[in-house]
Design a protein around this ligand. Structure first.
Ligand code: MOS
Length: 732
């Protein structure tokens, strides 16, 4: 089914099941331990071995020699895979770093060997016996240094320039020129990257933890030089990914190579201490923002430049993307600069681009509002736009930014905020409120599904779409139930297997809208097949209460499959509506903080997100997504910081003791409001993504609240006690 004209009324609009706050259908399996995660696949007949990855001890240079003798002689060792014996490996499309290093080393802890043994403990013990001699080279690890020679990046994310920025900025009544920094961050998902690999002749099956089955398959065909039909990826349950599991990682490649060498299945998990340097991370940024405005608050000039680093052939963090879209202003410029660093590869992490960019832009907006003497919400509303600021002929499909800000202001009690910082006390605490806009792109991706009606009247959906903890199972089930006129108890959903039709996968907050639209398309075909089978009139047939109703006939749905299951398969193919209309999701993010005026301890007290993100397919799972994102935003604002050892080139705090993320005790009262919205341009579901939207804006809302509480403006994330302590106001 093509989607290239705006959606009209369709069966989803009944909202009997879609739009309802249905509990996760995979919940019981998760809490009873029967949802199988990658490392948990077990079959005692398989005689599985265990692999332990050896990571490089240098960041840049070459392996001169590897002495494997002691490791090979250790108890239980079956084989050791290195670049020397692995054969030639190709390269996938998504990542720049190779997943098995040697002799050249591209980054610290790059996998250089897999020790395979009968037990995990034996593999781990033997791995300690591998001796490696390196020729170490001096690497580049400091972004502030790399910034000096950083250059423009290739096309696709080219610099933008509209009007005459320099002149408008120079002529502005009020102007701001500030630089902000965000640190390297880790996905730090709960479930480590893990894979079980099994060869059967030329066929390879990987039970692995993978957000994008199709990217994983694509990259595996290239890395292992294998035809797609010989590959199978199975990833039905995933304990978080955030972009870090977008494609196959070292565990998958090494498990495959290890299993081939061992002649037995191999199970490999990346240890927590390896993951931080041997998978991807969100790259640090340095961002310069210049704003010029008239006294009445109209922005006349808006400029945003961002510098980030990556390994050779790696991509920049596109932190300026949202600045091209968020606020009006006739004169504008953005620039992305990329420096080469020899740190681990930077790549997608939840809301890549906007998450970092909004942390800077939305502090700048707060600072500018203060300079203008305008309330920060009013300042944003004054500069709202219904068309792409770079192209007035291109409207937004649906944009309710002002409504989000106004709704949030009322619900959060924004009127109680004291505009002058440091004026609000609660006992000893200094209290502050902050606000930020939220924006995140809403792309779509073609997505296929297969649906089967059986003689019991149960409809089973199959697609290789994944559920990374987001609720995909549930919303896909809701879509099928709505389309076929069934209760949730009569639908079954199978996900995350490359043998199923290609789904959108989980990335870029496209998954929910795209994959349910694929299910919609398949169900449309199934409805046609059912109506035909029952000899009913396609024009007036309705599916409701487990029946098909046409004229004066009312036939149980199961009747259609009495002689055998009916199967239908289709793919939603998205046309050009995404080009004609700028499709984005919008929100407003509010935070209230309390700061101890003597110790600078920072407590987040209240948070509110207001989201305008199309139809909300399931308000319960969507709310969970936003609350999870807000929690991640607290981490970005106050805690998360991969500390770079600038002499040796690695992330020092490479475990969950040193890399701090919020725990329950850090998280206050959080609330989420979804504006009632549909977007006819997005899909037949009229839905959009919501998960990554929930992160953009959070960091700045907290930084702005800290400023409102204390009068201390921190422009270097994370906002930590040491950055506040010396400057706190005198208090009684
Ligand atoms: Mo996301 S960073 O697109 O998984």
């Amino acid at each position: 089914m093509r989607f290239d004209t705006p959606a009209t009324v369709n069966p989803i609009d009944q909202l009997k099941v879609v739009g309802q706050p249905i509990e996760r259908i995979d919940g019981p399996r998760k809490v009873t331990g029967t949802a199988t995660y990658a490392y948990e696949w077990h079959d005692s007949k398989l005689n599985t071995t265990y692999g332990f990855i050896v990571g490089a001890g240098i960041a840049k240079g070459r392996i001169v020699a590897m002495d494997l003798a002691a490791a090979k002689a250790a108890p239980g060792v079956v084989t050791i895979v290195t670049a020397e014996n692995a054969g030639k490996l190709g390269k996938g499309d998504f990542l720049a770093a190779t997943l098995l290093g040697g002799p050249a080393i591209q980054h610290y802890h790059q996998a250089i060997a897999l020790v395979v043994a009968d037990s995990f403990e034996q593999a781990r013990a033997a791995a300690q016996l591998v001796r490696v001699e390196y020729a170490e080279e001096q690497g580049a690890f400091d972004l502030t240094v790399a910034k000096r020679t950083a250059g423009p990046v290739g096309s696709g994310s080219a610099d933008s320039s509209i009007g005459d920025f320099d002149r408008a900025y120079g002529d502005a009544d009020v102007s701001l020129d500030e630089t902000y920094t965000t640190p390297d961050q880790a996905h730090a998902m709960m479930e480590p990257h893990a894979t079980l690999a099994l060869w059967e002749g030329n066929n390879l099956t990987l039970w692995t933890s993978q957000q994008m089955i199709n990217w994983g398959i694509r990259d595996l065909t290239k890395i292992l030089d294998m035809p797609e039909e010989n590959l199978r990826l199975v990833s039905p349950f995933i304990g978080g990914g955030f972009g870090g599991k977008a494609t196959v990682a070292a565990d998958a490649i090494l498990a495959a190579l290890g299993a081939r060498a061992a002649g037995r299945p191999v199970k490999v998990a990346q240890t927590r201490t390896l993951m931080f340097n041997n998978t991807t991370h969100r790259p640090a940024t340095i961002q310069r923002i210049r704003l010029g405005a008239r006294r009445d608050g109209k922005i006349t000039a808006i400029g945003h430049e961002s510098w980030s680093g990556n390994i050779a052939k790696g991509l920049p963090e596109n932190a300026v993307m949202q600045t091209r879209l968020l606020y009006a202003g006739a004169n504008r410029m953005t620039a992305l600069r990329l420096g080469v660093l020899d740190l681990p590869e930077g790549s997608s992490m939840r809301a890549p681009g906007e998450a970092s960019g909004m942390m800077a832009l939305e502090i700048a907006m707060d600072e500018m509002a203060e300079k203008l003497g305008i309330d920060p919400i009013d300042f944003r509303v004054i500069n709202d736009t219904q068309v792409d600021p770079e192209n007035a002929d291109r409207p937004f499909s649906r944009r309710q930014l002002t409504e989000c800000l106004r709704t949030g202001a009322e619900k959060f009690g924004w009127a109680n905020r004291k505009p002058r910082p440091g004026q609000h006390r609660d006992g000893r605490w200094l209290i502050g409120m902050g606000v930020a806009s939220a924006i995140r792109g809403d792309g779509s991706r073609d997505s296929a599904a297969r649906v089967r009606l059986d003689s019991e009247g149960v409809v089973t959906v199959e697609t290789d779409m994944t559920d990374i903890g987001t609720g995909s199972y549930t919303i896909i089930g809701q879509t099928a139930a709505e389309m076929m006129g069934l209760p949730m108890s009569m639908v079954a959903v199978s996900l995350g297997d490359s043998r199923f039709p290609r789904g959108a996968g989980s990335a870029g907050q496209r998954g929910a809208n795209s994959s349910t639209s694929g299910v919609y398309a398949a169900c449309m075909k199934l409805r046609e097949a059912v109506v035909e089978k029952l000899g009913l009139n396609v024009r007036d047939a309705r599916f409701a209460d487990g029946h098909v109703i046409s004229g004066d006939r009312r036939i149980p749905l199961a009747e259609a499959a009495r002689d055998g299951s009916i199967v239908a398969e289709d793919m939603i193919v998205f046309g050009k509506l995404g080009e004609t209309y700028e499709q984005q999701t919008f929100g407003a993010q509010f935070a209230e903080v309390a700061i101890d005026p003597y110790t600078a301890e920072i407590r987040v007290r209240r948070m509110l997100a207001v989201c305008a993100a199309g139809r909300i397919i399931n308000p319960r799972t969507a709310r969970s997504q936003v609350i999870g994102a807000m929690t991640m935003g607290v981490g970005a604002a106050l805690m998360e910081d991969l500390v770079v050892d600038k002499r040796r080139g690695f992330f020092v705090n490479h475990d969950l003791a040193g890399y701090e993320v919020p725990v329950h005790a850090d998280i206050p009262n959080q609330d989420v409001i979804f504006l009632d919205e549909t977007d006819e341009m997005s899909s037949p579901m009229k839905a959009k993504g919501v998960s990554e939207l929930g992160l953009t804006g959070v960091g700045a809302s907290i930084a702005n609240a800290v400023y409102n509480a204390t009068g201390v403006r921190v422009r270097q994330y994370p906002v930590t006690i040491d950055k506040l302590l010396q400057q706190l106001p005198e208090v009684d």
